[in-house]
Structures are given as structure tokens and as C-alpha cells.
Design a protein around this ligand. Structure first.
Ligand SMILES: [Mn+2]
Length: 325
């Protein structure tokens, strides 16, 4: 039996019930956990409370269209809204709420807490994904779940723990999935087709990453990817983020990062992963953040590249000397 946090579920339902306008947001550069969680929760609230206005907002990503459509709505015209924040702990990384006036915040997230504190706040950094938390919520409250909602939540869950491969996978993760599958049949193979089918161009780009990553004596791997390289392989500035998790389980790497120049937004996008040193505090210094071992940030100053690379490399060095301590 999963330990159910009935009290927090009651509070969540109460605050949802008390608002007619509900806007659901998540982080910039969204991944399937971020988008699937907001679309699933929106659809569930709409089915449960058909008279409410519920919107899932933020920039869309064509790669994740199969999860469902986001809402394009003039936020400045919405009054007395409940802002639901999913899968993001800090205001700086919420996508697209600048024009929104809201009266209260409901936050559900599995990142270490930062500056967003919800009026109702369920933060649990031991959960593998925000979708895992929403499965717990939907299966243990009056919120309606159907097959599409269940499939979205499963997709977000397996994306964030890389099909139960990563260390954020727990006994509770398996129990949550079992409870979901016992409740609703879902088409797992079509979810995996959507999540994992790739084009050759993308795999050739992956080969480029493998062939060009620089690895220091301290087990730190990094690669700066310019716009010319992205164009050569016909991929966009988000492509490196799709491969960052494929560098887990490489013996020579303790920590690795891709720094990608996004020509359209004139910004460097950084993905960082680690099997050794904690990296989210470093990412926070560059305006980013995330999990202890999976973080990201963005910056415009080219000089920050060298600084960040040096800092991550020395974090690896410190980690090794502590291990050998
Ligand atoms: Mn997540």
C-alpha cells in the first residue's frame, strides 16, 4: 500500500474547488514531465469540474505535440486566478506568466524547494517525477482520470526516471505505476514509440557528441555546440538535451555538460548531469537550477562558459579527493 498523504490531497482539492479560473504553468525548456503533468492535470480538472476555466500555458514544443495541445489565452484578461505551478521550484524559470494576475498558488513539484512557496504546497524531492505525484493525487482523490490522462502521466514519469533506470526510481515509483495499471489499461508501446523514436539525423548528431566531448583528468566531460554544428545535423538547440541522459553509465564520466548556443534567442543553454558532485547549487549561480544531479541554466555572456567549465571540473576534483579521503 502506498503511503497516501490524504491531508495534502484534501487541501489540493479544496483550493482547486475554490477557484473558477485556473492557470497551470511549468518550467521553460519543457520536457515531457513538465508538459504531460500540466496537460494531464488540466484535462482532469476539466472532466471533474466542467464549469471551471482551466488553461495549460507556456511555449509549445512540436516534438511533444502527442501529449496534447497547450492553451493560447490572453492572461491579462483573467481575474482572480489560481496559479498552479508544476515541476518548477523558482519563479525565474516559470514559462509565460508575466501577464497573469493570480490570487493564490498551488505548487506540486519534485525539485528541491527554492523561492516558490504555494498557498498549498506539495514538494517532495524523493519523487521521480511530477507525473508520479499527480498519479498519486488522481488515484486518491475525486479528480477524474481517463486513459489519455493516464498515458500522459506514465510518459512523464518514465521520461524523468529514464524508464526506471535513474537513481530517482524508488519502490514507491513501482507501486505508483502498479496502482495506475491496476486502475486503467494504457498503451505502453505507443508511449515508448512517441518518446523514443528518433531520426537518423538526430543519431548522427549524437555520434558527434560522443566523438567530440572533451574529458578532463577529473572525469568531467563537456562540449560547446555552436549554431553551425546544429545546422549541419539539421537539429535545433534543444537537441543536446535529448541526449544528455544517454551519457549516464559511461565509466570515464563523473559529471558532464553540454553548452549549446541558441542563435534564435541569442543565449547559451546548458544541460548538466552528474554521478558524483552535487551540481544544482552551481547551476543556481548561473540563474538555473534543478535536481542535485540533473540541472540546467542559461546565460548570454560567453565568458561564463569557461567559468562554468572550470567550476564543474573542480567540483569533480573535490569529489574524487573526498571519495579517496
Ligand atoms: Mn520533472
Amino acid at each position: 500500500m502506498i503511503k497516501i498523504k490524504r491531508e495534502i490531497f484534501k487541501q489540493i482539492i479544496r483550493i482547486i474547488k475554490s477557484y473558477n479560473n485556473i492557470v497551470i504553468a511549468r518550467h521553460i525548456s519543457p520536457d515531457p514531465d513538465a508538459i504531460a503533468s500540466q496537460i494531464a492535470l488540466r484535462d482532469s480538472i476539466r472532466l471533474t469540474f466542467p464549469n471551471k476555466n482551466v488553461y495549460a500555458i507556456g511555449a509549445g514544443v512540436s516534438k511533444f505535440k502527442y501529449l496534447g495541445e497547450l492553451d493560447h489565452v490572453d492572461l491579462s484578461s483573467i481575474e482572480h486566478a489560481l496559479l498552479v505551478v508544476l515541476d518548477v521550484p523558482n519563479f525565474a524559470r516559470i514559462d509565460g506568466i508575466d501577464d497573469l494576475h493570480y490570487d493564490a498558488i498551488l505548487k506540486i513539484d519534485h525539485h528541491p524547494a527554492m523561492d516558490i512557496i504555494g498557498d498549498v504546497d506539495w514538494t517532495d524531492e524523493h519523487k521521480s517525477s511530477t507525473c508520479e505525484m499527480l498519479i498519486n493525487l488522481l488515484l486518491n482523490s475525486r479528480l477524474v482520470i481517463d486513459q489519455k490522462i493516464a498515458e500522459n502521466l506514465y510518459a512523464g514519469l518514465v521520461f524523468d526516471n529514464d524508464r526506471f533506470l535513474l537513481a530517482n526510481t524508488t519502490k514507491e515509483t513501482f507501486e505508483t505505476v502498479t496502482e495506475l495499471l491496476n486502475t486503467i489499461p494504457i498503451n505502453i508501446s505507443s508511449i515508448y514509440d512517441n518518446l523514443y523514436t528518433k531520426k537518423f539525423a538526430e543519431l548522427k548528431f549524437y555520434a558527434h557528441l560522443i566523438n567530440h566531448i572533451e574529458i578532463t583528468d577529473n572525469g568531467f566531460g563537456y562540449l560547446v555546440i555552436d549554431d553551425e554544428t546544429l545546422q549541419k545535423y539539421h537539429v535545433d538547440a534543444a537537441a543536446p538535451s535529448h541526449f544528455i541522459n544517454d551519457f549516464y553509465h559511461i565509466e570515464e564520466l563523473l559529471c558532464w555538460c553540454f553548452i549549446t548556443y541558441d542563435e534564435r534567442n541569442k543565449i547559451y543553454k546548458v544541460n548538466i548531469r552528474s554521478r558524483g558532485p552535487v551540481i544544482n547549487l552551481i547551476a543556481e549561480q548561473y540563474g538555473g537550477g534543478g535536481h542535485k544531479y540533473a540541472s540546467g541554466c542559461r546565460f548570454t555572456n560567453k565568458a561564463d562558459i569557461d567559468k562554468l567549465v572550470k567550476e564543474l571540473d573542480s567540483a569533480c576534483k573535490d569529489y574524487i579527493s573526498q571519495e579517496n579521503g
